[in-house]
Design a protein around this ligand. Structure first.
Ligand code: AMP
Length: 542
């Protein structure tokens, strides 16, 4: 029997309509590429997005066309999020931290038609413009007075000219909610990047779930500053959440150093932020060195790689900022699990609480997860058994863009490539990436635990643990560490630091001090690069 309810497609444009009608006066503040601060309201955003939708139509962008961006977090990028997807075209957020060759490869693979870019990326765009096969229209995201005096890009358009030249009268079209809305490529640390093509439906459902109290707990009383870039899995969905709940938004533009971020947190009364651990390292170092505080920040979302417990201690114990540890993937839009405690955990002491929060967390409604052994058999949820993490849900990809790599699913589940435990309360803990696992004498050693311990040493700024060849044990852990500026620690001292903190046989065999650890375009440590560097490393014989 069919129900009697309305069929209203879940479209991204409905988020913008809601924000305009119910939170029209709410502010969006941006530190611009041009160097100044810019303020507008949700009413302005909606009006300018409609102008841009008219401009896109006038430039021949039609349903399903890919429109690419190379841009920082800012109001013009936000306008494109809504103008492009709302029109039925597909927003493709290119990652400017990739090498020009990769950007060309991805833009060609996506068959992008138009490229919008911030002026900071002019040299990159000039380098790729003669090489890309399908992009015909290039738009600089700035006003007439800031347009480059000359450029090798033919017929370069100006964003504000397009806005001025088009009417704000536009009715967002209605179409099937399963229509593609945006496209993000995986970081591609191995092999070619692959595209995750989201739908309006998957995006709206992901938005509902991520705003919930046990998720990011967002409301119209929040001021949200997404540090996570809008070119990295749609800034973890925050541009959509902000419209759904009517939160004030603050965009940092290209200035992601500790000093600039802290100033913006304080001057705009930011209550919530989100980003990868490497960004927070810079912020904490600045705050500590200058004896500063956070006067309005209530919580910060940390994910993309493991949040070291030492970082949680600093935020929560020293500065009173709650850390929400999240786990996700490009293929999951990206939210999969969050480290929010349950009511029954209220009475836990600080050490027990921190141990739970250090886990990647419980799945939010919509994401189903399980761990399996090498034969696909489900493993117990006892917090000890560790296996391949599989997920499914309405915002998990069923296929990569253009069917790249074949069918990724196994019996309807998406294999994440992460190795994890799940406890009886549903808290999942990543112990490794399957390709990063260190196998010693047939047993797995989780590199993340070792890195967390090393990072808790006061002289260590960053640490990565990799397996290197060992004649007897097959592989043994090598700790690659970066010292904090001015700090000293010896190999012996650092290895002694593991005593009592981990099983003896898990302790790394050696330490290599380096000036820096290579990071990928989304801030993750490139362990394959480290494994290459240390392939011939000879471990000391005991
Ligand atoms: P990406 O698609 O680039 O966002 O990368 C997804 C991968 O990042 C996951 O499969 C994990 O290996 C890793 N990752 C994301 N969040 C976390 C986290 N909180 N802790 C540990 N690893 C994480």
């Amino acid at each position: 029997m069919n129900a009697n309810m309305m069929q209203q497609p879940l479209l991204i444009s409905t988020l913008l309509n809601h924000a305009e009608r119910h939170h029209g006066e709410q502010e969006i503040v941006s530190r611009r590429v041009e160097g100044d601060m810019h303020r507008q309201t949700y009413a302005d955003l909606a009006q300018r997005a409609r102008r841009m939708a008219n401009a896109l139509a006038a430039k021949g962008v039609s349903f399903g066309d890919r429109v690419a961006t190379l841009a920082w977090n800012g109001y013009r990028h936000m306008e494109l999020y809504y103008a492009v997807s709302g029109s039925g075209a597909v927003l493709h957020t290119l990652n400017p931290r990739l090498h020009a060759d990769q950007v060309v490869w991805i833009a060609d693979h996506a068959e992008d038609q138009v490229l919008f870019f911030d002026l900071s990326f002019l040299p990159l765009v000039e380098a790729i413009a003669p090489r890309v096969k399908t992009i015909k229209t290039f738009v600089a995201m700035t006003s007439r007075e800031h347009m480059p005096a000359s450029s090798t890009i033919p017929d370069l358009l100006c964003y504000e000219d397009l806005i001025d030249a088009h009417s704000p009268e536009f009715t967002w079209p209605l179409f099937d909610e399963n229509t593609a809305s945006s496209l993000c490529y995986t970081s591609g640390t191995t092999g070619n990047p692959k595209g995750a093509l989201y739908s309006h439906r998957s995006t709206v459902l992901h938005t509902y779930a991520s705003a919930l109290p046990d998720s990011l707990d967002c409301s119209s009383r929040d001021t949200i500053l997404p540090v996570v870039p809008m070119f990295h899995v749609n800034a973890w969905g925050l541009p959509y959440v902000a419209c759904m709940v009517g939160a004030k938004l603050v965009f940092p533009g290209p200035w992601l150093d500790g000093k600039s971020l802290h100033e913006l947190f304080e001057s705009e009364g930011v209550t919530m932020s989100a980003g990868v651990p490497t960004v927070w390292q810079g912020l904490l170092a600045h705050v500590e060195a200058n004896d500063l505080k956070f006067s309005t920040m209530k919580r910060t979302v940390i994910g993309g790689s493991t949040c070291p417990p030492a970082m949680m201690d600093a935020f929560e114990d020293k500065y009173g900022v709650q850390v929400i540890h999240v786990w996700g993937m490009t293929e999951l839009s990206p939210m999969g699990a969050l480290g929010k405690l349950k009511g029954k955990h209220v009475g836990l002491d600080a050490v027990q609480r921190r141990a739970l929060q250090a886990k990647q967390g419980r799945s939010l409604y919509g994401i189903d997860m399980k761990i399996v052994d090498e034969h696909g058999g489900e493993l117990p949820r006892d917090g000890r058994a560790s296996g391949d993490l599989m997920v499914r849900g309405p915002w998990v990809i069923a296929n990569y863009f253009r069917g790249e790599g074949g069918d990724p699913l196994v019996d309807g589940w998406f294999p994440t490539g992460d190795v994890a435990t799940i406890d009886a309360d549903g808290f999942m803990q990543i112990t490794d990436r399957s390709k990063d696992v260190i196998k010693s004498g047939g047993e797995w050693i989780g590199s993340i635990d070792l890195e967390n311990i090393a990072m808790a040493h006061p002289a260590v700024a960053m640490a990565a643990c990799i397996g290197v060849k060992h004649p007897k044990w097959d592989e043994r852990p090598l700790l690659v560490a970066v010292k904090k500026p001015g700090a000293e620690v010896t190999r012996e001292e650092l290895l002694a630091f593991f005593d009592g903190r981990i099983a003896k046989w898990w302790t790394p065999d050696d330490v290599a001090f380096v000036d820096s650890i290579p990071l990928g375009a989304t801030g993750k440590m490139l362990k394959n690069r480290l494994r290459e560097t240390f392939r011939e490393h000879r471990l000391p014989t005991a």
